[in-house]
Design a protein around this ligand. Structure first.
Ligand SMILES: Cc1cc2nc3c(=O)[nH]c(=O)nc-3n(C[C@H](O)[C@H](O)[C@H](O)COP(=O)(O)O)c2cc1C
Length: 488
């Protein structure tokens, strides 16, 4: 990355040069080619021990085990000594036995629901880091509602439908995706697992789903593009006070072949995240006597963090040291951005664009009127303004207002394949997931993210089969009923 220093200051004037993407310009969108159907073998794995969505984790008392957490050792579990004196009888030639799974793989395989990955993440991460991922703003009402509001909807299956083969794929903004889910932009992923952004992007590419890189990533735009050159990469942008720097980010993203721009508009300032305030959360963690014991019990995470170059990879902030995310946001982000600024970005980015952080149907309508191709119905995972509606609760009105003029992506609280189905039935094209993939990443790096994707694939396939909907297009409003006050 270029080594500029970003300083807080008055907004610079806009430069209006258009930003052309190296490949995949929206106005030259590639014709959609349906990818091969997703692998269906092994679907319907029973979710033994799957926990309920309101499952809570005791955030202390987790055990750390260094070797179990080391991602790259490839160490086999079993070692069979062979005797030099008694050679084994000659066996007919056969295919080599599959390698024994590493401890990490074995542990990830024991996760049958996203809640299991959350528990594993809690055991590996220091409390302050786990809380940064897990927490929300103030009383965390919206955080809880995001998840629990899915309970307000029930699924209504149909029978007699041929569900012998299923197709879980769907294009998102014109690009193929093997599943109707994508990885939401999440800052600091490289703090949770070494090179976490690349690990996440590689897992998304392997699975054939979109990956969105955050402005606040540890790995830079270019580093992640080099580390995960395959797959659909999106870039998420915040409004910065330094408009030149913001535009430089756009140019860098286009040059590095990020195909979709996701502009997040619900972070004029950072929400009051009280867990982070109480934990005095900074990146890197500031050593404190009160957290020494907790850190000592997380040696695997500590070793990974020690070998990482921690910082905000897309910025070079002079003297960053121990940075709180709130400080970073307060000094660099621009709370004065408005619809004119959004319209300028729309004009400049010559690729598909998504606006992230809308809840009000009138805002979604405005976005569609500006020619923005997707609205992401989101409250930032309950991390910004508390007491706003759950994403799934806001979805039906947004869908009605947009009326097919833009794609709708539901973001927040999705923990199950059935949640994805409910969102699709209520008008979403796809869902964007934050914490589920971060828990997978924190539990097992790229492999952990793959495990999370696999859980969603399996749950979605199982639910579609039982619901009588062999394709995503077959899922309609008629497949859900309101649990309370509805016509059940
Ligand atoms: C740790 C963390 C970091 C996040 N960082 C960003 C970010 O940099 N940019 C952004 O637009 N959203 C960010 N988000 C919000 C997510 O993109 C997404 O809206 C949210 O996680 C969805 O809710 P879910 O976690 O319940 O799936 C972050 C969320 C989390 C949990």
């Amino acid at each position: 990355m270029s080594g500029r220093t970003v300083a807080a200051g008055p907004a610079a004037t806009w430069v209006t040069s258009p930003i052309t993407i190296a490949k995949g310009d929206a106005r030259h969108r590639p014709p959609f080619r349906r990818p091969p159907p997703p692998r269906l073998a092994g679907c319907g794995r029973p979710c033994a021990g799957a926990t309920r969505r309101d499952d809570r984790i005791a955030k202390t008392g987790g055990e750390a085990s260094v070797d179990a957490d080391e991602p790259h050792t490839g160490r086999a579990l079993a070692h069979r000594p062979s005797s030099a004196l008694t050679p084994p009888p000659r066996a007919p030639a056969r295919a080599p036995a599959p390698a024994a799974p590493t401890r990490l793989t074995a542990r990830l395989q024991r996760a049958h629901a996203i809640a299991d990955l959350r528990r594993q993440a809690a055991r590996r991460l220091p409390k302050a880091v786990f809380d940064f991922i897990d927490g929300g703003a103030e009383d965390e009402r919206t955080l809880r509602d995001n998840v629990e509001a899915f309970d307000a909807w029930m699924l209504m299956p149909r029978v007699g439908v041929d569900v012998g083969t299923r197709d879980l794929s769907r294009p998102i903004l014109g690009y193929p995706s093997s599943l109707p889910i994508m990885m939401a932009p999440t800052g600091l992923a490289g703090f949770f697992w070494p090179d976490g952004e690349v690990a996440g992007a590689q897992a998304a590419a392997r699975a054939g789903i979109p990956y969105c890189l955050s402005t606040n990533s540890v790995g830079s735009i270019e580093h992640v593009a080099e580390g995960a050159p395959e797959g659909e990469r999106w870039f998420q942008l915040y409004f910065l006070r330094d408009r030149e720097w913001m535009q430089a980010l756009l140019h860098r993203a286009a040059a590095a072949r990020y195909r979709v721009l996701c502009l997040t508009v619900d972070l004029a300032v950072q929400g009051r995240r009280e867990r982070d305030l109480r934990n005095a959360f900074t990146m890197p963690l500031r050593p404190r006597l009160s957290t020494a014991l907790d850190l000592a019990r997380r040696p695997a995470w500590l070793a990974g963090a020690a070998r990482s170059r921690l910082g905000f990879g897309n910025f070079e902030v002079a003297g960053s040291g121990f940075t709180s995310v709130a400080q970073h946001v307060a000094s660099l982000f621009d709370p004065s951005a408005n619809w004119d600024d959004i319209a300028r970005i729309r004009d400049q980015w010559h690729g598909p664009m998504a606006l992230k952080g809308l809840l009000h149907p009138a805002d979604a309508e405005k976005a569609a009127a500006l020619g923005i191709e997707a609205v992401i119905v989101s409250n930032h995972g309950g991390r910004q303004l508390d007491d706003v509606p759950a994403a799934i609760a806001a979805l039906p009105d947004v869908a009605e207002a947009v009326a097919g003029r833009a794609e709708i992506i539901l973001d927040g609280g999705v923990r199950r394949g059935t949640d994805v189905i409910k969102a699709l039935a209520l008008g979403a094209t796809a869902c964007s997931l934050g914490r589920p993939f971060l828990w997978g990443l924190s539990a097992g790096g790229s492999e952990g993210v793959s495990r999370a994707i696999e859980i969603f694939r399996s749950e979605l396939d199982n639910a579609m089969t039982l619901l009588g909907t062999p394709t995503l297009d077959a899922i309609t409003r008629d497949h859900v009923r309101a649990r309370r006050g509805g016509g059940w």
